[in-house]
Design a protein. Structure first.
Length: 100
């Protein structure tokens, strides 16, 4: 599994960099935001409903804080993505040109 991840992650990073270089900014944003949304939503829901998978005896406060963090980040990214798709927000730093 580590060998596969050791190959996949650098290739994914190279693909995102090439998309950015050729100014496919929407795909770069989606390539960054969508995996974060999926992973954090999964961990947040597991922390909210089955915290014993991560910790032996988490307190109620710890469960609430960690699930809010893990579920809050995807919600913020989803809202930002929707505002960008609707054209209300410009795409963030991705539109910057280094030497313009």
């Amino acid at each position: 599994m580590r060998k596969i991840l050791g190959i996949v992650f650098p290739l994914y990073g190279i693909a995102l960099f090439l998309l950015w270089m050729f100014e496919y900014h929407v795909w770069v944003w989606m390539g960054i935001a969508v995996p974060i949304i999926i992973v954090f939503s999964f961990f947040g829901s597991v922390m909210a409903f089955r915290p014993q998978l991560y910790m032996t005896a988490p307190t109620q406060r710890t469960r609430i804080i960690l699930s809010l963090i893990f579920l809050g980040i995807p919600v913020v990214l989803l809202i930002l993505t929707m505002l960008m798709i609707l054209g209300i927000l410009p795409y963030p730093v991705l539109r910057m040109h280094a030497f313009s």
